[in-house]
Ligand binder design. Structure first.
Ligand SMILES: [Zn+2]
Ligand SMILES: [Zn+2]
Length: 192
């Protein structure tokens, strides 16, 4: 038996030269090639809502926003779009850190404009820009409670590659390895 005639489809024909799914789409006047929302990957769904421009420009979120931050729905949860973008491009966010904007544009999801920092970095940034407010980063209290400026200085002072390793420091200070990494590479707490 022949296959469905929709481009790229390998299903068997159900009726009128189409498989069940494509017959359905054909009858409803839907595109035969475009993926349905369910078939799209998270990344495809995400970028349907992004006004992507030059690689160094701000990529504006086109869909729902809350306090200027893009909102993206994953299952039933609304998640801040810039955080989703960060994870899609740079990997998992350290739960003790915030994702911050270099560009000061909350609606921007260009991964090049995003970086991980502490709640303190965020507050400092905002103080500099004359903007105040709370409730921006999850985990901020957590992150602040575990480390103090003193401890951060100690961590940097103690770190000796291959001798006093990041893993040893993470155990000693009771914080994640990625936070230690961010501290010694000055991706976090870089105001100290
Ligand atoms: Zn088909
Ligand atoms: Zn931007």
């Amino acid at each position: 038996m022949a296959n469905c005639i929709a481009p790229g489809c390998t299903e068997k024909i159900h009726a009128r030269s189409f498989c069940n799914k494509h017959l359905h789409r054909f009858n409803r006047g839907k595109s035969l090639t475009e993926k349905s929302v369910r078939e799209k990957t998270l990344k495809e769904r995400f970028f349907d809502k992004v006004h992507k421009r030059g690689e160094n420009d701000c990529w504006e979120w086109k869909a729902n926003k809350n306090h200027g931050y893009g909102q993206f729905r994953i299952n039933v949860k609304q998640i801040k779009a810039h955080r989703v973008s960060y994870e899609l491009h740079h990997g998992k966010i350290d739960p003790t850190l915030c994702v911050l904007h270099h560009c000061d544009n909350r609606g921007c999801v260009n991964p090049k404009h995003l970086y991980q920092g502490t709640y303190q970095d965020n507050t400092d940034d905002r103080m500099r820009r004359g903007r105040h407010g709370f409730g921006v980063c999850p985990g901020e209290k957590h992150g602040m409670a575990k480390l103090t400026e003193d401890k951060v200085r100690k961590i940097r002072g103690m770190y000796i590659p291959r001798k006093i390793t990041q893993l040893m420091l993470s155990k000693k200070f009771g914080v994640s390895g990625s936070l230690i990494h961010n501290i010694v590479t000055r991706k976090a707490w870089n105001h100290i």
